[in-house]
Design a protein around this ligand. Structure first.
Ligand code: PMP
Length: 362
């Protein structure tokens, strides 16, 4: 029997077990072709069908029409930190950024190397414990775009609303909460996300861009950096990461079978609720890091009384078959990542462990 544990890794993270099993089952012989999907030409029909299914499934899940292009790109979300301004920020213009954590700061710093970017709000002074309320920031109507990070993976905070950019194109790093809840895609000009949390394995980055913005890509950009060129070629400008995209197709097919984003949202809300309830009822034994109104449904971050106790929590939880709970090295503490593939049953095991641990050491 294969041993599987309760996986709370922050990304790469848990994938749905039925998807892994299907990939395993068809690994050597994809749909009767006698070859693995890894061995198929990216210009052939076998792969093309999977590539287009991944895109079609994403369109269905997100309710995303043909006025958006869906691209698969390389280099992770980190590369998008640079490609967004390279494509969308004309010389002489500026962009605005909301800084709510490590990754938004990285996005801002990369963009700043290339162009004029302005931070319009930051929770750095309070150690990124929250995101702004809608009244706390103002977007200049002259900005080329507004950038924000919908879920702050390290700090465990999340926007519960889509910022009103007042008509300025809205760009979102959705790496750690894409497909975790329903979304009004029409509010966005561009969404990007590394795949390795809710979409599939590491190695491919999803970019969803409103087609009118493709006109902004400068003609002299290197081809694989250009959203316009990638869109023209249906992301087949060069050899795409075929195996990663194949898994995105299977993962999204599985989500559709589960009932789409509404069903995923309900399950994610319940998972997060169970853990926050355990924290809140612990009378200070567990202390949530995020301001309650900004709490993330995807990454629950909390501390215990001492670092010694946190170490013990991590080693005992691992022994109990609960893995990936160590907080990011930059902040410490505990982080439970509850992406789509983390089951309610895994969360119940974690909650039971937290209660038992408190009984023993509280
Ligand atoms: N943005 C967010 C919100 C993230 O969580 C991460 C990775 N954890 C990144 C960007 C960087 O992604 P990548 O490693 O794919 O470059």
């Amino acid at each position: 029997m294969t041993k599987r544990v309760h996986n709370f890794n922050p990304g790469p993270a848990a994938l749905p077990l039925p998807v892994l099993e299907q990939a395993q089952q068809e690994f050597l012989d994809f749909e009767g072709s006698g070859i693995s999907i890894l061995e198929a030409s990216h210009r052939g029909g076998l792969y093309e069908q999977i590539h287009n299914e991944a895109i079609a499934n994403l369109r269905t899940l997100l309710g995303c029409g043909e006025d958006y292009a869906i691209l698969f790109m390389g280099g992770g979300a980190t590369t998008q930190f640079a490609l967004v301004p390279m494509n969308l920020l004309p010389k002489g213009s500026f962009a605005e950024y909301i800084n709510t954590g490590h990754w938004s700061l990285r996005a801002l710093a990369e963009a700043r190397k290339l162009s004029d970017v302005r931070e319009i709000w930051s929770s750095a002074p309070t150690h990124y414990d929250r995101v702004p309320s809608p009244e706390e920031f103002h977007v200049s109507p002259l900005a080329a775009y507004l950038h924000y990070t919908s879920n702050n993976t390290i700090e465990g905070t999340q926007f519960s609303y889509v910022p009103d950019s007042g008509g300025v194109p809205l760009v979102c790093d959705m790496s750690s909460d894409i497909l975790s809840h329903r979304l009004d895609i029409a509010r966005f000009a561009l969404i990007y996300a590394g795949a390795q949390k809710n979409l599939g394995p590491a190695g491919v980055t999803l970019v969803i861009i409103r087609k009118d913005l493709l006109e902004r890509s400068p003609k002299d950009l290197p081809s694989t950096f250009s959203y316009a060129r990638m869109a023209q070629e249906n992301s087949l400008l060069n050899t795409p990461p075929v195996f990663a995209i194949y898994l995105v197709a299977l993962v999204t097919r599985y989500y559709l079978k589960q009932g789409g984003l509404a069903a995923l949202e309900a399950q994610n809300q319940e998972k997060a609720r169970l853990i926050y309830k355990t924290i809140d009822q612990s009378e200070g034994f567990y202390r949530g890091c995020a301001h309650p109104i900004s709490r993330s449904q995807m990454n629950v971050t909390f501390r215990l009384g001492t670092e010694e106790l946190e170490k013990r929590f991590l080693s005992e939880s691992e022994e109990a078959g609960l893995v990936g709970l160590k907080g990011h090295r930059s902040v410490g503490g505990i982080r439970a990542s509850l992406y789509n593939a983390v089951t309610l049953s895994s969360v119940r095991h974690l909650v039971q462990f937290m209660r038992d641990f408190q009984n023993r050491y509280g």
